[in-house]
Design a protein around this ligand. Structure first.
Ligand SMILES: Cc1cc2nc3c(=O)[nH]c(=O)nc-3n(C[C@H](O)[C@H](O)[C@H](O)COP(=O)(O)O)c2cc1C
Length: 169
């Protein structure tokens, strides 16, 4: 889907949860009604598609690198994400992304992932928007290695890992 981004921001109530599930490769297997409504897409358009179908070009690559590192390790992770809607508008969320396990004869294995998202708070976005801009500019100049250096320096300075930092914002 080729969507041209615009500057229209959508917000939603703090009681609303946007939920999707994916297979192990990140292909969407489920989306709840609130998610379908905000992205303005149908189940037919979304199910079976890779989750980057709603990736916004303002999202730095490094954020997804951290996300997948945690997931592949079998751990939940939080991330601030700007997503695009079918009409080019956008919305900000704080996503909690978690592996789904199946347990057969006491052997656990990851069978997919799910994400529950809430509206990102204005106070968090005061930190995240300029940070992502800096990361994106760094990636445009020197690729993901440059944005990784910026995040690593922040985490080193705060004495936190990525997940701790995100939850502290
Ligand atoms: C459960 C789950 C939910 C995800 N939700 C989003 C999302 O809302 N927006 C997004 O851009 N990427 C999301 N991703 C990450 C995408 O799979 C992908 O890594 C990201 O869009 C970057 O895509 P790219 O590396 O092809 O550019 C999610 C991944 C998983 C496993």
């Amino acid at each position: 889907m080729n969507i041209t981004p615009n500057q229209n921001e959508k917000t939603f109530s703090k009681d609303v949860l946007l939920v999707t599930k994916t297979d192990k490769q990140g292909k969407i297997t489920y989306a709840n009604r609130s998610f379908l409504k905000i992205v303005m897409m149908s189940e037919e358009e979304l199910i079976g598609q890779p989750h980057n179908i709603i990736r916004h070009p303002d999202m730095p690559k490094i954020i997804f690198k951290y996300l997948w590192q945690y997931l592949k390790f079998g751990t939940e992770v939080h991330a601030y994400v700007k997503n695009i809607c079918a009409d080019g508008s956008f919305y900000w969320v704080l996503a909690n992304v978690t592996p789904s396990y199946s347990r057969v004869k006491s052997v656990e294995k990851i069978i997919g992932f799910h994400s529950s998202r809430r509206q990102a708070s204005l106070t968090a976005l005061e930190v995240i928007v300029p940070l992502y801009k800096k990361l994106l500019d760094a990636e445009a100049l020197g690729g993901i290695n440059e944005s990784e250096k910026i995040i690593s320096a922040i985490l080193h300075d705060k004495g936190m890992d990525y997940e701790e930092y995100i939850l502290s914002i």
